[in-house]
Each structure stands twice: as C-alpha cells, then as structure tokens.
Design a protein around this ligand. Structure first.
Ligand code: PEP
Ligand code: MN
Length: 338
C-alpha cells in the first residue's frame, strides 16, 4: 500500500508513520516529490491489526496498490523518473540515443563507431564486452579487454558507456567501467543478479525478456528498485510471436502502456526488435512518436564483417540519416534529441 502524506506534513510526522509501519514488520520506501511525500509500505496488511493509518498525524490517505509491483508503479511515484549522468538526462523530455556495435571487436572498430556516433549527435556509446550468444561457438566478446577499450573511447570522444553484465561474478568489473549497466533479455528474470544490481551505484538498463509480459518486466524492475537502486531504465527490444519475417515483434505499444503504469524511463531497441537494418529507421521514428525516452541502435563501421548482429547493424551513413530523420519526429511530439 502507499501512504500519501498531506501537503504540509512535517518531518517528524513522516518519521512517525515510517516507525509505526516498521514496528509492524513493513519494509518502507520514501518518495519525496516536489508536491508531497509518499511512503510505500510492503508487508503483510493483516499485521496492522486494527491500526488506522489514516488517523496518524500528517497522513492524507492510504491507497492499496493492486498491481504486484509497487515501487515501479505510477501510484507510488507520480512524476517521471529522470536519471542524470553528468549533463545527460534520461527520462527528462530529451530523447537519448545509445548507439554502437553489438560487440566490441577491436580498438579500430570501436573508435570508428564512437567517432560516428558522436559526430551524429548521440551522447551514449553502447557496445558489449560480454555477449550472450545462442551458440557456444559464436564470438563471446572481448571481456575485460573490451571494457578497457570502452573506457578509452569514453575519454577520447566524451561519450557515456552502456555495456552488458551477464553474471554476478563479473558485475564488480562491469560496474567499474560502465556508466549504464545493461541487463539483456535473457537475464531479465535472473532474480539473483537483479537483487545484486540493487546495491550498485550505476543506472540499470533492463531489457524486456523475449517472452515476457509487461507485468513480468515491471516485476523484474521491482527487484532492482526494492533492493536499493532507484535508477532503472526499461528497454523494449521485441518479443517472440508467431511472426518470423522479423527477428522479433517490436511492441511499440509497450511504450505508452509502461508510461501509464510506471514512472520509469522507457527506451526502444529497434535493432534487436526487427533484426534487419532496413527496418530500423522507420521503427526508431515510430518509437519516438510513441513517446520513448531514448533509442538503442546498433551501428557498425562495416556491418558485413561484424562478429555479431551484422544484419541489423546500421552503417555510419545510415545512422547519420536516422539521426537527421529523428529530429523532426521528436520535435513533432514536443521533444528533442539528446
Ligand atoms: C544486445 O543488446 O546486443 C543484446 C544481446 O540484446 P538482447 O539482450 O535484447 O538480445
Ligand atoms: Mn546485438
């Protein structure tokens, strides 16, 4: 349930409510908005006995949350969550583009991609050092050497780094290098890892599981939020359907739906959603028109030679074209790129 404190609620009244709830065995989370304070309480309601929370000083109302996720819900936090990293904001009205190769393959490849991504106006460079591949015989990523190259590219081009973590063993290392830690679709329900991400001091980009409902996706976000990390960015990357012309079915409708249900920023990855570079640009424009807070786009200096996901990667030229096309679309829905 959530306890909405009155406009003028005093600090000691807020502390008093938190104390009473904790005495009854509830876990509490405070959301201090500009307008008012909201206390999220997670626990067994029957333990309240006859206690009327509404009667405590400073309390305006008590609302039961019907969704199974609480901290991720709009009822818990009405204002959009804005994640700030340096002077880059995610969720604050700008559309942030995260672009780069699926996998870091070499210094030359990564730096060429980074140079282009920067020149086209994106603020974030994305590349995998640990790759979740369907086949154990496929390229698995450069591991720490890849992270080091990403860090060098960050210095040289002034870009923020987004990279994937695959397990808890490598989490401390990835967290050291990354500005945003990506959780891939296959790990969306790795609950142990999600809990660990709760104590990391970096924003988490949580991709939607390949066969997950929106509710399951938000429950995964709830694991991270309830473990202590409030900075979660959701990423729609396509789901499995009966359609097999495209790699997945990009669920653009998830953008307005998640924005209705949750305060968390939502971005869209049309590269994995479609699996074919030709369709990336129109779907990226659709995502922005639908209200996405950002995009994740695979860009490779030479897609034909890519070690991973070449078929869906944009050439630098096509990426430049996309960035040009996006600007008026963003403007039409009252936003700007970057
Ligand atoms: C990726 O971003 O390169 C990736 C592997 O994505 P997903 O987890 O969505 O398949
Ligand atoms: Mn990829």
């Amino acid at each position: 349930m959530i306890i909405i404190m009155g406009h003028g609620a005093k600090e000691d009244e807020i502390r008093g409510v938190v104390m009473r709830l904790e005495e009854k065995g509830f876990k509490t989370h405070l959301s201090q908005g500009v307008e008012r304070t909201i206390i999220g309480a997670i626990g067994d309601k029957t333990r309240l006995g006859g206690m009327a929370l509404e009667a405590l000083p400073g309390v305006e109302s008590v609302v039961a949350i019907l969704q199974p996720y609480k901290m991720a819900s709009r009822s818990f936090k009405q204002e959009d969550t804005v994640i700030r990293i340096g002077d880059v904001e995610i969720g604050g009205g700008a559309v942030q583009v995260m672009a780069g190769p699926c996998a870091v393959e070499s210094k030359e490849q990564l730096f060429q991609a980074a140079e282009q991504v920067k020149a086209c106006g994106a603020n974030l460079l994305r590349g995998g050092a640990y790759k979740p591949r369907t086949s154990p015989y496929s390229f698995q990523g450069m591991a720490e050497a890849g992270l080091k190259l990403l860090a060098e590219a960050r210095e040289k081009y002034g870009l923020l780094i987004v990279t994937e973590v695959m397990d808890s063993r490598t989490l401390p290392l990835v967290a050291d290098y990354a500005d945003i830690i990506q959780v891939g679709t296959r790990n969306m329900q790795n609950f142990y890892l999600l809990r660990e991400l709760g104590s990391v001091d970096k924003p988490i980009l949580l991709k939607r599981g390949l066969s997950s409902t929106i509710e399951e996706w938000l429950m995964s976000a709830e694991y991270i939020l309830s473990s202590g990390n409030p900075n979660v960015i959701l990423c729609e990357r396509g789901i499995r359907t009966f359609e097999n012309y495209t790699r997945n079915t990009l669920d653009i409708s998830a953008v307005p739906v998640v924005k209705h249900l949750s305060h968390l920023p939502v971005i869209v990855d049309p590269s994995h959603g479609l699996g074919k570079w030709k369709f990336v640009n129109p779907m990226a424009c659709s995502a922005v028109a639908a209200g996405a807070d950002g995009l994740l786009i695979e860009v490779h200096p030479n897609p034909a030679e890519a070690l991973c996901d070449g078929a869906q990667s944009l050439t630098p030229e096509n990426f430049a074209l996309l960035m040009k096309r996006l600007a008026p679309v963003a403007e039409a829905v009252g936003r700007r790129i970057g």
